[in-house]
Design a protein around this ligand. Structure first.
Ligand SMILES: [Cu+2]
Length: 297
């Protein structure tokens, strides 16, 4: 059955998969048990006594179904639920609800803002400090509204629809929405978190092996919901650091013109190719609006 699921690529994925698998096995056992009782009842009750009322003239032991069976079945269902909850589901949920501890490894924080139909991704850069943002500064070349007067913003990297992650390091994604409810979903990380306007949500996970997969939106968020997809990639820590350094270096190039525009980085180009089927794709709606319609947001 696990072949039907997306690849498990985060540290907590196995525990959640086990809960899911055992809950399904439990429900399958319950289904078979009730089906068995139903078939026995049908078989033994196929007499001409069709009134539905208990026939007191028949000894209890010979009645179609012993009266205790449903209680036994229900007790087994409850016992199975209790075992599942106490041994797997609640421990897995408890572990899931604990944010990564800085004692284990310094978590990497990334800010993501959802907007019909783009994931704006903001990296703190080499200094690990996020620059100040201001919604009034959002425009075609500044998807997050970064305030360039803040020294911490100088090395901040903004990319639409591309989430780059290092392997083996806990990641905390801070999520906001600019319009409607979206749902930030990384199936292989077993991460799904609603992104609600007016609220700041967080999702955390630790990628355990390299790969490239799709970011999807799991809430029907508008007519373009189907194309609200990005890409996320897990690289080795060294490759991730090299990528970040390259991106920061690209910020200094004079021909870029914008902070969130289409840099010439090969990974961006590749992701754009994958995502471009969704029209705004990697470049984001603002960029396309500016490019095609001359609009500024
Ligand atoms: Cu969405």
């Amino acid at each position: 059955m696990s072949n039907l699921w997306p690849e498990a690529a985060s540290a907590h994925a196995a525990a959640l998969d086990a809960v899911l698998m055992h809950a399904h096995l439990h429900m399958a056992a319950v289904f078979m048990l009730w089906l068995g009782i139903l078939l026995v009842a049908l078989w033994k009750g196929r007499s001409t006594h069709a009134t539905g009322a208990p026939d007191d003239s028949v000894p209890t032991a010979l009645r179609p179904v012993p009266a205790c069976w449903p209680w036994v079945a229900m007790a087994l269902v409850v016992a199975g639920d209790v075992v599942l909850l106490t041994t797997e589901a609640l421990p897995a949920w408890h572990a899931r609800m604990q944010p990564p501890s800085p004692q284990d490894a310094t978590p990497l924080e990334i800010h993501v803002e959802a907007e019909q139909y783009v994931w704006h991704v903001h990296y703190a850069g080499l200094d690990d400090r996020f620059g100040r943002t201001d919604p009034a500064r959002i425009d075609a070349g500044n998807a997050m509204g970064l305030d360039d007067t803040d020294p911490a913003s100088q090395d901040d990297v903004m990319i639409d629809n591309l989430l780059m992650l290092p392997q083996g390091r806990p990641v905390v994604v801070q999520l906001k929405s600019r319009d409607v409810i979206h749902s930030f979903t990384l199936p292989e990380m077993r991460v799904k978190q609603d992104v609600t306007p007016g609220l700041t949500s967080r999702a955390w996970f630790t990628p355990i092996h390299p790969g490239a997969w799709d970011i999807t939106c799991s809430q029907l968020c508008g007519a373009g919901h189907y194309r609200m997809r990005g890409q996320y990639r897990v690289l080795s820590p060294e490759a991730w650091q090299a990528w970040l350094s390259e991106e920061v270096a690209l910020l200094a190039l004079p021909d870029i013109g914008t902070r969130s525009g289409p840099h010439a980085h090969p990974l961006r180009a590749e992701a754009a190719h994958v995502v471009a089927r969704g029209l705004p794709g990697l470049l984001g709606r603002h960029y396309f609006n500016a490019l095609i319609f001359g609009q500024r947001h």
